[in-house]
Design a protein. Structure first.
Length: 255
C-alpha cells in the first residue's frame, strides 16, 4: 500500500513538473498587467516672439528744465503711443498628468515705445531692454482628434528704467494627429508698464518723465500650428492679428 502511494506521488510530481508537449497551449495563472499610458513629462524649448500694439496712457508727469518755455506739456498733449518688442526666451515644462502642464520661462526683451506728442514737440522714442521671467500652466482636454486648451502666463520684466508686469490668457481649439496640430484661439493680455527717464525734446531741452501705460485693447485673435519633426522634437508657429500684431516661433524637445 505504501509503495502504491509513493508511486502516485512520484507520477504527479513528474507530470506537474514536465514541460508542455509541442503544440500544447501553456496556461499561465499569473495575470498580465495592462500597459500604462505613457507621455513625455519634461520638455525644454526656445522661442522668438514679436509683438506690436498700442498703449494707453494712465498717468504721466514731466519735469521741464529751468528756462523752458511753457508749452503746456501734459497728458492731453500725448496723441498716440505704440509699443514694439522682440523677445527671445527659454522655457522649461513639466507635465505630471496628460491634462495639465506647468512651465517656467526666462528671456530677454528688446523694445521701443514711440510717442506722438502735439506740436511743437512731435514724436519721440524711448528704448528699453533687459531680462524677464515668469511661469504659468496649460489645461487641455482631447477627444479623438480634437482638443481645447487654456494657457495662463504671468511675467515680470525689470528693464532699464521700466517695470513691466504682464498677464496673458490664451484659450484655443483645434485638431491634431501624429504629424502635428492646428488651432485658432484668442489672446487676452493685461500689461502694466511703468517707465521713467529723460529725453531731449526740442525746443524744451532735456525733460524727465514718469509714465504709466497699459494695453489699449486687451483681446486679439490668433491662429497657429505645430509640426512634429520627430517623436520628441516639434516646431510651433503662431500669429496674432487684430489690434495687437504678434508672431511666435518655437522649437521644443520632449524627454
Amino acid at each position: 500500500m505504501k509503495k502504491n502511494i509513493l508511486l502516485l506521488i512520484l507520477v504527479a510530481c513528474v507530470t506537474l513538473g514536465a514541460p508542455a508537449m509541442a503544440g500544447e497551449p501553456v496556461v499561465s495563472t499569473t495575470p498580465t498587467p495592462a500597459p500604462a499610458y505613457q507621455w513625455d513629462k519634461f520638455a525644454i524649448g526656445i522661442s522668438y516672439a514679436y509683438q506690436q500694439q498700442d498703449y494707453e496712457l494712465t498717468d504721466v508727469s514731466f519735469t521741464l528744465p529751468p528756462m523752458a518755455p511753457p508749452l503746456g506739456l501734459g497728458p492731453e498733449s500725448v496723441r498716440e503711443i505704440e509699443n514694439t518688442a522682440d523677445s527671445f526666451l527659454l522655457k522649461f515644462s513639466y507635465t505630471p498628468y496628460p491634462f495639465v502642464t506647468f512651465f517656467a520661462l526666462v528671456g530677454h526683451v528688446d523694445g521701443e515705445v514711440d510717442v506722438a506728442i502735439a506740436p511743437p514737440v512731435g514724436g519721440v522714442s524711448v528704448d528699453y531692454d533687459g531680462i524677464f521671467y515668469g511661469g504659468g500652466a496649460t489645461l487641455n482636454y482631447a477627444y479623438e482628434h480634437y482638443f481645447v486648451s487654456v494657457t495662463g502666463t504671468y511675467t515680470v520684466a525689470n528693464v532699464d528704467d521700466a517695470n513691466i508686469d504682464t498677464l496673458v490668457v490664451s484659450p484655443k481649439i483645434g485638431i491634431f494627429n501624429d504629424r502635428g496640430a492646428i488651432w485658432v484661439g484668442a489672446h487676452y493680455q493685461s500689461t502694466e508698464h511703468s517707465q521713467s527717464g529723460s529725453i531731449a525734446l526740442p525746443p524744451l531741452g532735456q525733460v524727465t518723465f514718469d509714465v504709466d501705460l497699459e494695453d489699449e485693447e486687451n483681446w486679439s485673435w490668433l491662429v497657429g500650428g505645430r509640426i512634429n519633426l520627430s517623436e520628441d522634437l516639434s516646431l510651433t508657429l503662431e500669429a496674432g492679428f487684430g489690434d495687437r500684431k504678434q508672431a511666435i516661433v518655437s522649437l521644443e524637445r520632449k524627454f
